[in-house]
Design a binder for this molecule. Structure first.
Ligand code: FRU
Length: 310
């Protein structure tokens, strides 16, 4: 068997939501009544999108998050099933799913997201501990729900210690810096968003990697995680545990049509290249750049399947 056949599944922990996407020529003026150019809805949410793109690229992937028995959730379940994204062990609620209203402005290429969560319940460590971790080679988390997520990560670290396995842990860090910072410590990879970096006043991806590494070292982590910072049309920078920094230039998209989920596509491209194809850090980040750039040339995610890594 070759490496690819042996690769275990990826598990993505987080949320799945409905994205209502409206396509406009330009961003609407407040308090006006306009027609859009087009629109569609699709399954969204960070971990959920990472699953979609990993599946499209050809990885075995499971989603782990709160599912619902509500009628509105049916469309999300059908899509997960159609795409062969496993949902074993996911707990259920009867609450309606979270949703996002998204405006894609075609003249600027921006995507504006207004997210409505309504306190939808999140998965807990009690649920997570029922998972058979032996199935997985990589577990990816969204930075949220710190107390529960920390315990889930600790379970994986303990599993690795006892079994001698080395399940990789990655984190998508997009919000609430102070609260979520502690989630970085057990991770092998932390992907830090440009938007959160800008909120902190960090002006470049290199400055972001170095500043986050400095904040983490203040607390004395065992072995610091690799930090990766995608910076949209400027490419990405990564900083490894020995302090080596790589700057990976961007791929120029042929056109900018739909930037929704570009960051999630970057994340999936990275996991796919590093896990399934065992590419080194710089190569995997380079492929992640390629996936993110290709993602935005068309609506949705299916066209990402045109890319290959061989
Ligand atoms: C894109 C996305 C959307 C979702 C929103 C949640 O990255 O995952 O699919 O509506 O972010 O914040």
């Amino acid at each position: 068997m070759n490496e690819e056949t042996l690769a275990k599944s990826v598990l993505c922990v987080g949320c799945t939501v409905i994205d209502f996407v409206t396509i406009t020529g330009s961003y609407p003026k407040e308090d006006t009544d306009r027609r859009c150019l087009d629109g569609f809805w699709q399954r969204g949410g960070n971990a959920s999108n990472v699953c979609t793109v990993l599946g499209v690229l050809g990885s075995k992937v499971d989603f782990y998050g709160m599912l619902s028995t509500s009628d509105a959730f049916r469309v999300l379940l059908d899509d997960l099933k159609r795409r062969n994204i496993g949902t074993r062990h996911c707990p259920h609620t009867d609450k309606d799913p979270p949703f996002s209203s998204v405006i894609l402005a075609q003249d600027t290429g921006t995507r504006t997201i207004i997210h409505c969560n309504k306190n939808y319940p999140q998965v807990t460590w009690e649920d997570f501990k029922k998972i058979d971790l032996l199935r997985y080679g990589w577990v990816h988390f969204e930075a949220r729900n710190v107390a529960e997520t920390s315990r889930m990560m600790a379970s994986i670290v303990e599993h690795n210690r006892v079994s001698g396995e080395s399940i990789i842990i990655s984190l998508d860090f997009e919000t609430l810096y102070e609260q979520n910072l502690q989630l970085c410590y057990p991770c092998d990879y932390v992907v830090f968003s440009k938007e959160l970096a800008s909120q902190r006043g960090w002006k470049s991806p290199r400055e972001t990697c170095e500043s986050l590494a400095a904040d983490l070292s203040l607390q004395g982590t065992r072995s610091p995680p690799v930090i990766i910072c995608p910076w949209g049309s400027a490419g990405a920078v990564c900083l490894d545990a020995s302090g080596n920094c790589h700057e990976l230039p961007p791929y120029k998209p042929q056109q900018v049509v739909d930037t929704l989920g570009a960051g999630d596509s970057f994340m999936a491209g990275f996991i796919y290249a590093a896990h399934k194809h065992k590419r080194n850090l710089a190569e995997a980040v380079d492929f992640a750049n390629r996936v993110a750039s290709h993602k935005i040339t068309k609506f949705g995610y299916d066209h990402i399947g045109e890319l290959s890594l061989t």
